[in-house]
Design a protein around this ligand. Structure first.
Ligand code: FMN
Length: 173
């Protein structure tokens, strides 16, 4: 798919066919994720690939019963190693770069999935402590996004964007 087509047509997909996603395809999507820019090339992102139905169900519960998580055949939990980025950049690394780096990786991941005909939805509303417990994450690894992946059950509709005139501002020159 053309890059611009991929960007313009991607939309959140919240219902999936039961079809599994091949391991190699998931790997290609993760390879795309780690091509994202990141502060100082520290690459503090960590990805947990969840296929186990019991764990997907537990993650859905931790995401306040968002069944999109348990319905997807593959779920990727995007995390940041806060200690690693903190060691490099202190407080700004821990609180700003960790969020930005993993967000950039997440966007790459979702676009790469869409390019392969795989739908996804960024799930940000979840109980962090519960997700850490389910995945047995060490204290310095923070889960920041849950991304269910699956072949779309139907064509997603993309919500409208505000017009550029409302969100783009020019400086005085
Ligand atoms: C940081 C973040 C958190 C989000 N959390 C959720 C969520 O918990 N549940 C959900 O259904 N969608 C969630 N979304 C998806 C947005 O609702 C969606 O991207 C937005 O409405 C625009 O729609 P589109 O993705 O189809 O373009 C989240 C998106 C982002 C970027």
């Amino acid at each position: 798919m053309e890059t611009s087509d991929c960007i313009m047509t991607r939309a959140s997909v919240r219902s999936y066919k039961p079809d599994d996603i091949p391991e190699d395809t998931v790997k290609e999507i993760l390879e795309a994720a780690i091509q994202a820019p990141c502060a100082g090339n520290i690459q503090e992102w960590e990805f947990v690939v969840v296929r186990n139905p019991g764990n997907r169900k537990r993650l859905a519960q931790a995401a306040f019963e968002q069944n999109v998580v348990s319905d997807a055949p593959v779920v990727i939990v995007v995390c940041a190693n806060i200690r690693e980025i903190g060691n490099a950049y202190g407080e700004r690394g821990e609180n700003v770069y960790s969020i930005q780096d993993t967000a950039a990786a997440t966007q790459n991941l979702m676009l790469s999935a869409w390019d392969k005909g795989i739908g996804s939805c960024w799930i940000g509303s979840f109980n962090e402590k519960q997700v850490k417990d389910i995945l047995v994450l060490p204290g310095h690894v923070r889960p920041l996004a849950i991304i269910p992946l699956g072949y779309p059950a139907s064509e997603p509709s993309k919500p409208a964007r505000k017009p550029l005139e409302k969100t783009v501002h020019n400086d005085f020159y």
